[in-house]
Design a protein around this ligand. Structure first.
Ligand code: ADP
Ligand code: MG
Length: 608
């Protein structure tokens, strides 16, 4: 981990919150927490740059909670989030951190919810408001939200608010907050407009950036599974069963609570597993590691700190059950395998919203992480059957079967069945409690862009975003939806269906490559990368074919997208007929000057 801070206690938090954190199982602060919490407690304004999943909520929530006076029934902190899902999620997090703060009240307010309900809740007096910019603005305008007692203002996922077109609203709110308050701005990226907002509204801010140090990783096989369609636990056991060369594993999770829970569940499924976390004293910890060494344990479920420095050569696998906070943690974790000259395997579980972290890890370690297709039921069954046959073969080769042959013969005779039928019955007996056949559902086949099937198929880059409803059935038609999966990139088939050619203002002269374009478009517009058509790369601009019928949200997002810092200014390409480009990944030479004259027509409106 980047942070050298091992405990929340070092950060200056109150005993009450420390107790809560311990109760909910947080063991060590994440790097962004380690740096932000002291700065915020000291009262500084702050800019925090870190990706999704790095623990930003607690980074701002804990310090702001220290400042709340529960006796004052007025909003003392306002947190702006881009979406209602996020508002709810952040409010829930605060509520959980407030479990030992009686009377503490946090209220999410967002569009789509009835005003009557919100007004009632507001009038009851919440200490912290978490809301989307539009709805907060409405309440300020109606004077149903009063910020006179505001102490802290947080802009969470500022870049996302910009991307979704909320930055004007955010500024409007910032202009109407009392002069004296602390402001914290969090963003995964720092586009110009956000930088400008920060300069204008933050006072002397501390800037905290979780950098991803580059590091080389040893010859470890690295794969990832994008969590979807199946529980992590089921996926884990399937993978463990089928992995070749499995000997022992260390599984990393975020909380100590999770180490215990997962250990229990794996034990229940017949694995020799134990938890390793900061609650264990040194002696107990050493015992667990000794047991892993000796083979008394095969699996240890650990938090980052607890697993520090473990050197057990038989660890063939490291599983990142919860994604690490940063690349350093990743490198450190996977370094627990591949020791003493043996080959190691690192498996990473990545939720759709964590794809960015996956990319960062790949970039920082300069090694690609390949997608893993989950073993099917048949795969697992085959593996079990093979193992079973091997065991039987072993016994067949051993001495001393005569006594048993005799029994089989007796049973066959008495029951008037063949020896084969007797053998079948014995097999059935032998596998009792550990069935050879896998029952249950198979995960959907690994397809481009697998998504959680509980979610509707509407354009929805992230589960936290409000969905535009009713976009029709998911057919095989190009869809604008979730995040891309990397593996689709290498073999991109020509997409079916109507395509529209667009032009963008970045080209070779900007140092742009095809993958930059695919990545940016897939990410920003939520278009499955396999549906991104041919890309023509020219000196000053490029063309890209995208499915017809792009929803306004996606095209708006793309209008504001930047590649290598340059706004791409996506607009339909009227310059040349589609199809005249030299094909996917082959690029016509020559600058496309002819387009420049037309550019003003498509120039995006200045934003913000
Ligand atoms: P972000 O806002 O950066 O995307 P979140 O604040 O939503 O990240 O945190 C991601 C997950 O990590 C949440 O499930 C949260 O409970 C967990 N988490 C955050 N900080 C810690 C910590 N110090 N120890 C263990 N788990 C943590
Ligand atoms: Mg967050």
């Amino acid at each position: 981990m980047t942070s050298t801070v091992d405990s929340f206690a070092e950060l200056g938090l109150s005993e009450t919150l420390l107790k809560t954190l311990s109760e909910i199982g947080y063991e060590t602060p994440s790097p962004i927490q380690a740096q932000c919490i002291p700065a915020l407690l000291e009262g500084h304004d702050l800019i925090g740059m870190a990706q999704t999943g790095t623990g930003k909520t607690a980074a701002f929530a804990l310090p702001l909670m220290e400042q709340i006076d529960v006796k004052v029934a007025k909003p003392q902190a306002l947190i702006l989030t881009p979406t209602r899902e996020l508002a709810i999620q952040v409010a829930e997090a605060l509520q959980s951190y407030a479990k030992n703060l009686p009377g503490f009240h946090v209220l999410p307010i967002y569009g789509g919810q009835s005003y009557t309900i919100q007004l009632k809740q507001l009038s009851r007096g919440a200490h912290v408001i978490v809301g989307t910019p539009g709805r907060v603005m409405d309440h300020l305008e109606r004077k149903t939200l009063n910020l006179d007692s505001l102490k802290t203002l947080v802009l969470d996922e500022a870049d996302e608010m910009l991307r979704m077109g909320f930055i004007d609203d955010v500024e409007w709110i910032l202009e109407r907050t009392p002069a004296q308050h602390q402001t914290a701005l969090f963003s995964a990226t720092m586009p110009e407009q956000i930088r400008r907002v920060a300069q204008k509204y933050l006072v002397n801010p501390r800037e905290i950036k979780i950098k991803s140090a580059t590091a080389t990783v040893a010859a470890i096989r690295q794969v990832y599974w994008q969590v979807s369609g199946m529980h992590k636990l089921d996926a884990l056991t399937r993978i463990l069963e089928v992995e070749e060369d499995f000997d022992a594993a260390i599984i990393f999770v975020r909380t100590k609570t999770a180490t215990v829970e997962l250990a229990d569940k794996l034990n229940a499924r017949g694995y020799a597993a134990a938890a390793l976390n900061g609650d264990l004293n040194q002696q107990m910890r050493e015992r667990v590691i000794e047991q892993l060494k000796s083979g008394a344990l095969d699996i240890v479920i650990a938090t980052d700190v607890a697993a520090r420095g473990i050197d057990v050569p038989r660890v063939s696998h490291v599983v990142n059950y919860d994604i690490p906070y940063d690349t350093e943690a990743y490198v450190h974790r996977i370094g627990r395998t591949g020791r003493a000259g043996r080959t190691g395997n690192a498996i990473l579980f990545v939720a759709p919203r964590e794809i960015r972290m996956l990319r960062t890890i790949e970039r920082a370690t300069r090694s690609p992480i390949a997608p893993l297709t989950l073993p099917s039921r048949a795969d697992v069954t085959n593996k079990r059957v093979t193992g079973f046959k091997d065991k039987v073969a072993e016994v067949l080769n051993a001495e001393g079967l005569d006594f048993f042959s005799n029994i089989v013969a007796q049973i066959a005779e008495e029951q008037n069945v063949s020896a084969e039928e007797v053998a079948a019955a014995l097999c059935k007996m032998a596998q009792e409690g550990r069935p050879l056949q896998v029952v249950g559902e198979d995960p959907p086949p690994a397809r481009a862009f697998e998504r959680d099937d509980r979610r509707p198929a509407a354009f929805d880059r992230d589960s936290r975003k409000p969905r535009s409803d009713e976009r029709g059935e998911r057919g095989d038609k190009p869809r604008y939806e979730d995040r891309p999966r990397r593996e689709d990139r290498p073999a991109r088939p020509a997409p079916a269906g109507d395509m529209v050619r667009y032009r963008i203002d970045v080209g070779r002269d900007n140092g742009v490559e095809v993958r930059d374009i695919v990545g940016a478009i897939a990410n920003e517009a939520g278009i499955e990368s396999r549906f991104i058509g041919r890309i023509g790369l020219y000196d000053e601009s490029s063309t890209v074919e995208l499915p017809a019928g792009m929803p306004a949200e996606a095209s708006n997002a793309l209008k504001r997208t930047r590649i290598r810092g340059v706004p791409i200014n996506l607009r339909p390409d009227e310059g040349r007929p589609a199809g005249s480009s030299t094909g996917e990944r082959k690029f016509a030479g020559g600058g496309e000057r002819k387009f420049d004259g037309d550019r003003s027509k498509f120039k995006k409106k200045t934003f913000g």
